[in-house]
Write a protein that binds this ligand. Structure first.
Ligand code: SAH
Length: 283
């Protein structure tokens, strides 16, 4: 690679043989890799990557063997424990192992389990956080996960649990009441159930919702809808996972903050979408 940015002098950690670095690759755009991720990609002997890691990112590790460990295009899914044990074997063979996962490895990514298995097998690990899709993906759609006029808390929720169902253990009533903004990962499969649970718990059917698919990639699409209409609108739109679903008024901020639309020459739709009638910042 000739055009990767040169990293300035810094105490960059060296990958040692026999180590596994568990690293977040961000939501898609390679520019959202961290510098620690770039440093790791340059040193690894082998990169074990998931379905949500953009292939372009592997170009950053031309010297390494690239091993796919995810579910895509009908290929059978590698079992989680098998992946972890493969990491153990590679480490024990003296490789510098980079385990690359979409977003942040510790956010709905089972990174904690993988790291735990490695440590249980005496394999030393380093954790490199990444930009999670629920934060960075929404930012690319012009939606701030917190905005002072909207929310003082945000809840990240997974749309299905290990059994593949909507998480039965989740108290949707408390989640609905306790947090003005919900950011739902893996929600597309059970979207109808999720909508019903939120409406039953008292969230308004006119509440703004955004669905952002393939966020930060060139295939990014954004659907703006409402809690009452989202199931039909998603079906009509033909949107496919991966998707982040944001429920709450912060979605309205996209009317002024859709910076990607503006970069294409669109005007902001509404400079004051929350109707505050005052400058955004008064002090
Ligand atoms: N560790 C990841 C999440 C893994 S769970 C992170 O921190 O982002 C997988 C889910 O993440 C997907 O079903 C989807 O809900 C979300 N996701 C990951 N990448 C995405 C992207 N580029 N666009 C939209 N959603 C994404």
């Amino acid at each position: 690679m000739t055009n990767t940015p040169d990293l300035p002098a810094f105490a960059w950690p060296q990958m040692e043989p026999g180590w596994v670095w568990l690293c977040g690759a961000g939501p898609g755009d390679p520019g959202l890799l961290t510098l620690h991720a770039a440093n790791a990609l340059r040193q690894a002997d082998v990169v074990i990557y998931d379905a949500l890691v953009q292939e372009a990112i592997l170009d950053w590790a031309p010297q390494a063997e690239h091993v796919y460990a995810g579910k895509r295009g009908g290929k059978p899914s590698a079992k989680q424990r098998d992946i972890s044990l493969q990491l153990v074997d590679l480490a024990r063979a003296g490789k510098k192992v980079l385990r690359l996962k979409g977003g942040d490895p510790f956010v709905f990514g089972r990174g904690g389990e993988e790291a735990q298995t490695l440590i249980q097998h005496d394999v030393p690990v380093r954790i490199i956080p990444g930009i999670s899709a629920g934060i960075g993906g929404l930012a690319y759609a012009g939606i701030p996960v917190t905005h002072r006029d909207v929310n003082q808390s945000v809840t990240f929720v997974t749309g299905h649990d290990q059994s593949g169902n909507t998480p039965g253990s989740l108290d949707w009533d408390s989640i609905s009441k306790g947090s003005q903004v919900l950011v739902i990962y893996m929600g597309m499969k059970h979207i109808a159930q999720i909508a019903t649970k939120l409406l039953d718990a008292g969230r308004g059917s006119d509440e703004p919702v955004a669905v952002v698919t393939s966020a930060t990639t060139s295939d990014q699409r954004v659907l703006e809808t409402t809690l009452g209409a989202m199931v039909d609108d998603i079906a009509k739109s033909g949107l496919q996972p991966p998707a982040i679903i944001c429920v709450g008024k912060s979605v309205l901020m996209r009317q002024v903050l859709d910076w990607q639309g503006m970069a294409l020459g669109q005007r902001p739709r509404n400079l004051d979408p929350l109707g505050r009638g005052r400058p955004a910042e008064t002090a």
